[in-house]
Design a binder for this molecule. Structure first.
Ligand code: C2E
Ligand code: MG
Ligand code: MG
Length: 728
């Protein structure tokens, strides 16, 4: 009695081991299959192989253990080759089924595969085309293959003439096939139903699907074994069952363990990629200083909110917030202090807004969006809360700073469509600021009546670049002691087909406000470098100055782009001067400072334009990597009539000399101004007295023919040989 009991116990034990391996292998195969689809083909194959090998290891182990623990009918060699063949076929069937499952899985639970999905099978039923879901096709295929393999394994091991008879074997074999297909269907259906659920539920569901498939495998194998043992008695066992079974377990577990390690590596690599992608997109959509959404992200949010408001016939309110007197604060507290204030402002605004509804536009400008069908009173009350909150003192580096803000309100839909809403809120903010600031104003159409024209102009400006309507004019800079031309300032001109020549004073601010300055500025950089090269080739020694907008200075890759233009045209950086207005240079943000440093490091000349109109402090000026100051022409204009203007001009020239900077006076129109500036020791002069801005060809002609409105020593300065740019 003891022997059958012992053998029954060992069979039970091996069945349990089979079950554990089958479940583990199924779960691991599903985990491989669930890895995010890879972009490249090799990685996709790698993952399909991981999934297929895992499942095949389970199928093979279940069969192998069963074959080992039930008396062998054939030789060991035969059994060896049969097991190998089963392993191979099982791998192929598993890869095919899991790849089909992955390819045909609908994007969300319950969504049938879209029409035209190549993997979806279609049948005609009742005159209508009905689709069999791909997962069901994959499950039936795998279930049938699994049963067929196990039947093949068991039957091919039997010696000829000992196959189970149709009467005794058919039922268990059919049941085995049914169990296998049903198990696969159930497991695959469960996997498909897991889409869109949370990670925890997915993990549990996948474990359940693995358990179902593992049980089905074992049940199928047992039914097959039952059918074959119903056959006439088998020959004596050649290999001790337990040893062979243990070998199978060892090999299958080893394979599964190896695949598990690879699976973990894949998951870690995937998690790292997801993390990197997340941080990259967070960086490009959020303002790095305050962490608030930036303009592009906010515009997306606004577009969505407008869509929802339209659908529900609800209103929206937009608040455009601009800090009053941020520049002086910037100077007295320095860059880090100003940044601290901006961060604190962002924090206070975030506390007043719903998540993702506050944004930083640029500099000291913020936006707040109020959703949920607000009335004008709600928007006003939010504006009052913002005013009160920003009005609270800020603690900056142990000191206290106070600041106010101006707010413009625009309601959707009555104050404009999506495309104009931000602009209208901005116009309202300007009205509030013009009224003295520290208040809010509701948008009124009169605030933009004058700007109807601007809308048309903006539309035309968007096309000006591609239609080739822009041109650079050049105004010479004269070396005061010798009268030689040291360079020319590139000034943009727009040849409007109807309006004629449009001044940059009109279109540059428009471009800055509506995000076109990046493209225009890049065109200026390319064109000025191209011109510098052309002049250099013609033998004209001409340093070209380009004007940079504060918005360009906030582009972190500005220096890189200027460097690339220099490379393209093979010119030395010292042939290019970057002019930035005093207030742009004082835009004391981290990015601006870094970009300025990079421009100087590149070897470009830095010139502070319109000097005297901003609020620069001496300490700050010393920090700037500048080479040149340009006295604003408002001081030059009054030189002959105003003692104050003379004092300012002389003080600026002395200051520049003390700081080792060159001084250029712009807007020199009269001989009197010319004389005074020379007496003060001004280095360079620029103005209508010498030359108005002119086209590049006119300037070249003027220089070569020496036919300018004022005779100057061109030849000596323009035709001296210039260095060839050093190669990259
Ligand atoms: P800016 O850089 O200070 O340029 C000097 C301006 O003064 C030019 O006006 C020039 O034509 C004018 N000007 C020169 N000499 C005299 C003079 O003797 N008398 C008078 N009354 N004016 C004189 P423009 O060309 O209209 O440019 C105005 C401003 O537009 C420039 O001031 C600059 O800030 C901006 N700008 C021009 N081109 C560009 C550009 O390519 N990019 C950027 N960002 N700004 C530009
Ligand atoms: Mg300039
Ligand atoms: Mg200027």
């Amino acid at each position: 009695m003891a022997a059958p009991f012992a053998s029954g116990l060992s069979e039970l034990l091996w069945a349990f081991v089979s079950l554990v391996i089958a479940i583990g292998a199924s779960q691991q195969a599903f985990a491989w299959a669930a890895l995010a689809p890879a972009a490249n083909r090799r990685a996709r194959w790698y993952r399909a192989l991981g999934a297929g090998l895992s499942l095949a290891a389970g199928i093979w182990a279940v069969h192998g253990i069963s074959a080992a623990t039930h008396p062998f009918a054939a030789s060991f060699e035969q059994a060896f080759w049969i097991e190998h063949l089963i392993g191979l076929l099982a791998t192929g069937a598993s890869i095919g089924a899991l790849a089909l499952l992955a390819a045909g899985t609908p994007p969300s639970a319950g969504t049938p595969p879209s029409a035209g999905t190549p993997s979806a099978a279609a049948t005609k039923a009742g005159g209508r085309r009905r689709r069999i879901p791909t997962w069901a096709v994959a499950a039936c295929g795998l279930g049938s293959a699994l049963a067929a393999l196990q039947i093949f394994g068991a039957v091919s091991a039997l010696p000829a003439g000992r196959y189970p008879g149709a009467a005794s074997g058919a039922v268990p074999l059919l049941l085995a096939w049914g169990a296998s297909v049903a198990g696969c269907l159930l497991a695959f259906k469960l996997l498909c139903a897991l889409r869109d659920l949370d990670q925890r539920t997915i993990a549990w569901g996948r474990a359940g699907a693995g358990a179902v498939l593992g049980c089905a495998m074992l049940l199928c194998q047992n039914l097959v074994t039952m059918a074959t043992t119903l056959a006439p008695p088998a020959a004596p066992v050649e290999v001790p069952g337990n040893v062979f079974a243990a070998l199978v377990v060892l090999m299958a577990s080893g394979l599964l363990a190896g695949l598990h390690v690879l699976l973990r590596r894949q998951r870690q690599a995937h998690a790292a990629r997801v993390q990197a992608r997340r941080s990259l997109s967070a960086l490009s959509l959020n303002d790095p200083l305050t962490g608030l959404p930036n303009r592009p992200l906010f515009e997306g949010t606004l577009a969505q909110a407008v869509q929802q408001a339209d659908a529900g016939r609800r209103r929206l309110a937009l608040l455009y917030i601009n800090l009053d007197g941020f520049m002086p604060l910037n100077q007295s507290f320095g860059q880090s202090g100003a940044d601290q204030v901006l961060r604190e402002v962002a924090k206070r605004l975030r506390a007043l807004a719903r998540p993702h509804m506050a944004a930083r536009l640029a500099g000291d400008e913020f936006l707040l969006l109020l959703t949920g069908d607000p009335q004008v009173e709600d928007a006003s009350s939010l504006a009052c809360s913002v005013l009160a909150s920003i009005g609270q003192p800020f603690a900056v580096a142990g000191r206290e700073a106070s600041i106010t803000c101006s707010i413009g309100l625009a309601m959707y839909p009555e104050h404009g469509a999506l495309s104009t809403l931000i602009g209208h809120a901005d116009a309202a903010m300007r009205a509030a600021k013009a009224a003295g600031g520290a208040s809010h104003a509701l948008f009124e159409s009169r605030m933009v009546n004058g700007s109807r024209d601007q809308v048309d102009l903006l539309r035309d400006l968007r096309l000006a670049l591609e239609r080739g309507q822009l041109e650079l004019y050049y105004q010479p800079k004269i070396h005061a002691p010798t009268g030689e031309i040291t360079g020319a300032e590139a000034l943009m001109r727009w040849h409007h087909p109807q309006r004629g020549m449009v001044s940059p004073v009109v279109f540059i601010p428009l471009a800055e406000r509506y995000g076109l300055i990046g493209a225009l500025g890049q065109w200026v950089i390319d064109e000025a470098c191209r011109q510098a090269r052309e002049w250099r080739d013609a033998g004209l020694r001409m340093r070209v100055a380009i004007n940079l907008s504060v918005h360009q200075l906030r582009q972190a890759d500005l220096a890189e782009r200027i460097g690339a233009a220099l490379q393209r045209n093979k010119i030395n950086p010292d042939l290019i001067t970057c002019e930035l207005t005093e207030s742009a240079a004082m835009d004391d943000t981290e990015v601006t400072m870094r970009v300025l440093g990079q421009l100087a490091a590149l070897g470009l000349h830095i010139s502070i334009d319109d000097f005297g109109t901003g609020h620069s402090s001496l300490a700050y000026l010393r920090k700037l990597p500048a080479h040149e100051l340009k006295i604003d022409r408002s001081f030059v204009a009054d030189l002959e009539t105003s003692e104050d203007a003379r004092k300012v001009a002389s003080a600026v020239i002395n200051l520049a000399k003390a700081l080792n900077l060159k001084v250029v006076a712009e807007g020199v129109e009269t001989e009197g101004q010319n004389r005074i500036l020379r007496e003060f020791g001004c280095d360079q002069l620029q103005g209508f007295l010498f030359a108005k801005p002119m086209s590049a060809s006119a300037l070249a002609h003027w220089a070569i023919e020496d036919v300018g409105p004022r005779t100057m020593n061109f030849r000596a300065s323009l035709f001296t040989d210039t260095r060839i740019a050093s190669p990259a």
